[in-house]
Design a binder for this molecule. Structure first.
Ligand SMILES: [Zn+2]
Ligand SMILES: [Zn+2]
Length: 163
């Protein structure tokens, strides 16, 4: 067996000579972003402090995130489903659930692994939020959402303005 040259090891371990790219996105994520930009020229993709869809056309993304492609597809799902507004918290939860279903489809189109546990965790934060928002101030039980302005507690049989 030929002796391994120390020199060639050094060469291999040297960092690439090319300068750091100006974008903090890695090459794979940058290429992915570019492919979405050309597939959806009607939408604006902008770096931001979190993953967020702002109606009607802007998708913000966090550049440094392990699940970049997955979360970007999720915001794209909101945009494609035209999730511009919601009237009740329950409706918001429904929109969120629909967006994850659409994300699942986009993931399969783009060959991005669908992260069930992350999707479930995100949905649960909405469920918790919804639950806390609709507890009766008097008895603490869950109220029903009558409409965007009022809640109804079946136990107290009273209608409350929404917080
Ligand atoms: Zn969402
Ligand atoms: Zn009550």
């Amino acid at each position: 067996m030929a002796p391994v040259s120390i020199f060639s090891d050094n060469v291999r371990e040297n960092p690439p000579a090319s300068p750091e790219p100006s974008s903090p996105l890695n090459a794979r994520n940058l290429a992915f972003l570019d492919s979405l930009k050309s597939a959806y020229p009607d939408f604006f993709f902008k770096p931001g402090r979190k993953f967020l869809f702002r109606p009607k056309r802007t998708i913000f993304y966090l550049e440094d995130n392990d699940n970049f492609r997955f979360l970007l597809l999720h915001e794209l799902a909101h945009a494609l489903l035209k999730h511009f507004s919601y009237d009740t918290s329950l409706e918001r939860l429904t929109l969120e659930r629909d967006a994850w279903e659409k994300t699942r489809q986009l993931c399969s189109d783009y060959k991005v692994p669908f992260l069930d546990s992350l999707a479930e965790a995100e949905l649960n934060t909405y469920r918790d939020w919804l639950h806390k928002k609709t507890l009766c101030k008097t008895c603490g039980l869950s109220c029903l959402e009558v409409n965007s302005e009022s809640l109804y507690c079946p136990f107290c049989q009273k209608t409350y303005p929404r917080p």
